[in-house]
Ligand binder design. Structure first.
Ligand code: CMC
Length: 432
């Protein structure tokens, strides 16, 4: 961050002038530092939804919403999705640079060695109702890790932070797969450390003790790509939740569990599940105009799920890659004529030409195609958001780590515009 001390923002309030420094990052809009605003003027800023607020300094992920560009540590997402793989991307997000071959081997070995859950945790899973949403189980299991791994909860110890990092990345696929197995009444499948990260996850989800489960490399590659595309996304709602939880000094497992909880909502990670349900509800292309009309109707709360984004005002770059993967996976499985995919393609075409969507810059986002791929792979819709959480764990941890290493980080404590009752005296119940 450069302090352009020559360059200041002048604010005039009720006849008084105040100056605030402007800082520049490496790319993206400059920021006005209003940290001293209250001290100097007695005023707070007001920005519900934080649409104009930078909450931290970060060097992990950059999004140019107008261009539709997403960079992890400077590398474009499409290059990483086609040339790299999830654990290499995880290393990049966590440590800032692409690993050498030796560093990658070491990192992969460390993650692989931590895939198993403490055996007592299997009883914890069994305590849930069978019909529990897997996100409820994932959130609970992640939070519960702080009760199982006491030797990696001290955030002031860099070694413990590193152990917690590896544990969460390694165990999250096991947690998500076990949440699924539990919900369908099948035995838990233990991790197989001879498999790569994505194949191991598919194996834990779909193999059963009685039959071999051959893992198709195309499906495994598509799974890995889904993980890569969801790995981080700057200061979104769940990442900001992780940072806020962490700002109080909470342990790493509790902070990531907070991120899982936030991701669950349909405006965030829950949109992939909602999107596939919507495509199925539409059913056939001839019903698309009816749903487009509903999405435009101000009196109807319905929204086209998988469309629109707070930051992207152009095609979500992740959606482009996801669309290619959808074609590949459905082609492999011989279901290119899947009616849901046909509805999706037609809906995309119509919405991209519709004046309402064009004017509001509402483009398909990552969730528009991810659900179709996951569905084709055999996952029920309830598993879509847990899979997103699995992938985003890497981003949450990278941001959590960055925050703990930032000497400027303080407890997050927003203020408010109070509009409630002013001071009044208590009235005894018999006198009300
Ligand atoms: N369908 C119809 N209209 C929409 C949609 C949509 N999907 N999204 C936004 N709009 C309209 C909205 O009604 C508003 O209109 P007006 O200005 O006339 O009031 C305008 O576009 C701006 O919308 P907003 O709600 O102020 O925008 P936001 O930045 O607060 O919301 C969003 C972003 C993603 C929550 C929203 O676009 C949405 O609800 N999309 C559907 C859910 C979805 O697909 N979410 C996944 C996001 S990508 C995955 C992730 O990163 O979590």
């Amino acid at each position: 961050m450069t302090d352009q001390s020559q360059d200041t923002a002048k604010l005039s309030i009720r006849g008084e002038d105040y100056e605030f420094p402007i800082y520049s990052g490496t790319i993206g809009p400059d920021v006005v530092d209003i940290g001293k605003l209250y001290g100097k003027t007695g005023l707070f800023t007001y920005d519900p939804g934080y649409t104009s607020t930078g909450s931290c300094e970060s060097s992990i992920t950059y999004i140019d919403g107008e261009k539709g560009e997403l960079l992890y540590r400077g590398f474009p997402i499409d290059q990483l999705a086609s040339k790299s793989h999830f654990l290499e991307v995880a290393y990049l997000l966590l440590y800032g640079e692409l690993p050498t071959a030796e560093q990658l081997d070491d990192f992969e070995a460390r993650v692989t060695n931590h895939t198993m859950l403490h055996d007592q945790m299997s009883y914890f899973f069994r305590g849930f109702r069978r019909d529990a949403h897997p996100m409820a189980i994932v959130c609970g299991a992640m939070g519960a890790m702080s009760a199982f791994y006491h030797d990696s909860t001290d955030i002031s110890d860099a070694w413990q932070r590193e152990v917690a990092t590896i544990r969460m990345i390694a165990k999250m696929p096991t947690i998500v797969a076990w949440a699924y197995k539990y919900s369908i009444g099948q035995p838990f499948v233990y991790p197989n450390n001879s498999l790569d990260y994505a194949s191991n996850f598919l194996n834990m989800c779909f193999s059963v003790p009685t039959t071999d489960y051959p893992i198709d490399p195309i499906l495994s590659r598509a799974m890995d790509r889904i993980f890569t595309l969801h790995a981080d996304h700057e200061q979104n709602a769940s990442t900001s939740t992780v940072r806020l939880a962490s700002s109080s000094g909470a342990n790493p497992f509790a902070c990531i569990a907070a991120g899982v909880a936030c991701l669950w909502g349909p405006a965030h990670g829950g949109a992939n599940e909602a999107c596939l349900s919507m495509l199925r509800q539409i059913g056939t292309a001839d019903r698309i105009p009816e749903f487009i009309a509903r999405a435009k109707d101000k009196d109807d709360p319905f929204r086209l799920m998988g469309f629109g984004h707070r930051v992207y005002k152009n095609f979500d770059p992740r959606a482009k890659v996801m669309k290619e993967s959808a074609d590949e996976v459905l082609g492999l499985l011989g279901i290119e004529n899947n009616p849901t995919l046909q509805v999706a393609k037609e809906l995309e075409k119509i919405a991209l030409e519709d004046e309402y969507f064009v004017e509001k810059k509402l483009y398909p986002n990552v969730d528009f195609y991810s659900g179709i791929i996951l569905d084709a792979m055999g996952f029920p819709t309830s598993m879509f958001t847990p899979i997103f959480a699995l992938a985003r764990t890497v981003g949450w941890i990278s941001q959590w780590k960055e925050m703990l290493e930032d000497p400027k980080a303080r407890i997050g404590r927003p203020r408010q515009l109070y509009t409630g009752a002013t001071h009044r005296d208590y009235v005894e119940v018999e006198n009300r």
